[in-house]
Design a protein. Structure first.
Ligand code: NAD
Length: 497
């Protein structure tokens, strides 16, 4: 049995652990490993290691920091297949999808390689006569990163490279459901020359998270997960005086206008609805079909669903894997029941889909509901599984009202060939990331990622320029080199002359 333990001070944790959790291979349903759960004292130990490392890492030159990032980028690129295999083994997503996750993570690392440029401050010569003003961006200290199960490589790497490159030390608490990717990342960083203690990994659950949120030496927390926990993390962390960005859940709508190419729209709905078994925060979970496209669009979506190859992500040709755990699969299944009870029409029942994998795996095939109402639980709740809902509306304005009335605001997309309609949508929709004929508009690494409304608590989006802003604080220096012209006592408020 594989035992997964913490990574503290540049090496695997040697202490014992009173609590641990099962880690499954979702495609077989078997327990593949056990992960140690940190108690408060283990988290404290990681924070001490990080605090000590911070005292010298904060003064490491920008050249040194970017050299580590470049070395890490090369190692990650060389080993990306290994990392993708780890992701597939514990998360279940198919290998090609895991490889895509690692590729997007690489882009975030590449952004951090440019940290010398990103940390340039401002300089104003002669703000007042022979008085210069300049700004410097300094690291915060020890920062916590708490990540969800659905992107065990990419989400940690949304934050860790920028945090470290900015001069901080990190304690990462990954999801306990697929913890091994975080350790792999920490080992690669050590190999890349990152000093011991700059990146630490503690595994576990609420106990570890709560300690990070309360610990006086943790200055900031980046969180990604479900909305109730994101709200809790934001409220608890800020109450303890920390800077917090907490990204939450989603219900992403894809609006299809009558002039759209329905074949391309159906391709996009199926790809974005069922990729990674719907376990993406940017997955499309609702198609809003504007009259009269409903019947034709649904029929095209059904055709495509029937051809999907669902099974063990390690097997060639599989396009969709299992759900992450048996408990999660059962929760998603309960929504298939509730959709039927509430009167939506179950057009494709994923329970009947052929599976290319072990019978004990955590399977549910792609499921499609039509004629879904906004009052139904399958519409209101984030299901986070392969269940796609189709809502039918009469006009563009009705579609916009549906999207804007939803409490989530992570991602959305509009499918149309009408540039004016697309432009109106991007202007009027209350969602943080918008796709125009792009169903999963995850911003590239040099923009920033974040939703609106209940999909983000705090005011900083993840990675990109806002990530650098989040992990630094600005100091403004006003200075002069004294000469006789500065003489004389003056008790008035300083004026620019
Ligand atoms: P989750 O909220 O259950 O867990 C996220 C993290 O919080 C994990 O590290 C977990 O150990 C910890 N946690 C869980 N319960 C906790 C509690 N009671 N107190 C303190 N910490 C707790 O989320 P998940 O199931 O791992 O991930 C799926 C969710 O993440 C979905 O809602 C998805 O939309 C969301 N997500 C959002 C984004 C985004 O960018 N907005 C990205 C990926 C995932």
């Amino acid at each position: 049995m594989n035992t997964i333990t913490h990574w503290i001070g540049g090496k695997p944790w040697q202490g014992g652990s009173a609590r641990s959790g099962d880690v499954y291979d979702p495609a077989t349903g078997q327990v593949a490993g056990r992960v140690d759960f940190a108690d408060q004292s283990t988290v404290d130990e990681a924070v001490v290691a990080a605090r000590e490392a911070f005292t010298s890492w904060r003064d490491a030159s920008l050249a040194q920091r970017s050299n580590v990032m470049f070395a890490f980028r090369e190692l990650l690129n060389a080993r990306k297949g290994d990392l993708a295999a780890i992701v597939t083994a514990e998360h279940g997503k198919v290998l090609s999808d895991a490889a895509g996750e690692v590729q997007r993570a690489l882009e975030a690392v590449e952004f951090a390689c440019g940290i010398p440029h990103l940390l340039k401050g401002g300089f104003s010569e002669n703000a007042s006569t022979r008085v210069d003003v300049y700004s410097i961006q300094q690291p915060l200290g020890v920062v916590g990163v708490i990540s969800p199960f659905n992107f065990p490589a990419m989400v940690p790497l949304w934050f860790v490279p920028n945090a470290i490159a900015c001069g901080n030390a990190v304690v990462l608490k990954p999801s306990e459901k697929d913890p091994s990717a975080a350790n792999f990342i920490a080992e690669l960083f050590a190999e890349a020359g990152l000093p011991d203690g700059v990146l630490n990994v503690v595994h576990g659950d609420k106990v570890a998270v709560d300690r990070l949120l309360e610990h006086p030496d943790v200055k900031a927390v980046s969180f990604v997960g479900s909305t109730p926990i994101a709200r809790y993390v934001y409220e608890t962390g800020t109450r303890h005086g920390k800077r917090v960005q907490a990204l939450g859940g989603a219900k992403n709508h894809m609006v299809v206008l009558p002039d759209a190419d329905l074949d391309l729209a159906a391709d996009a709905a199926v790809s974005a609805g069922f990729g990674s078994a719907g376990e993406r925060c940017m997955a499309i979970s609702v198609v809003v079909a504007v009259d009269p496209v409903g019947d034709e669009l649904v029929s095209k979506i059904v055709d495509r669903i029937r051809g999907l190859h669902v099974g063990d992500g390690r097997r060639p040709g599989c396009e969709m894997g299992p759900l992450v755990t048996g408990a999660h699969r059962d929760r998603v299944l309960s929504y298939v029941d509730s959709g039927q009870v509430e009167g939506a029409s179950l057009v494709v029942d994923g329970r009947q889909h052929a599976i290319d994998g072990a019978a004990e795996g955590f399977w549910l095939g792609p499921t499609l509901f039509d004629h879904v109402g906004t009052d139904m639980a399958i519409y209101r709740d984030e299901i986070f599984g392969p269940v796609l809902s189709v809502l039918r509306v009469a006009t563009y304005d009705d579609a916009l009202d549906v999207v804007n009335a939803n409490p989530y605001g992570n991602g959305t997309a509009i499918f149309t060939n009408d540039g004016g309609a697309a432009r109106r949508f991007q202007n009027e929709v209350e969602v943080g990331m918008v796709g125009v004929n792009v169903p999963i508009p995850v911003p590239v690494a040099y923009y920033s990622f974040g939703g609106w409304k209940d999909s983000l608590f705090g005011d900083s989006h993840a990675y990109g320029p806002e990530g650098v802003h989040f992990f630094t604080r600005t100091k403004v220096v006003t200075g002069r080199w004294l000469d006789p012209s500065h003489g004389g006592v003056n008790l008035g408020f300083p004026q620019n002359t």
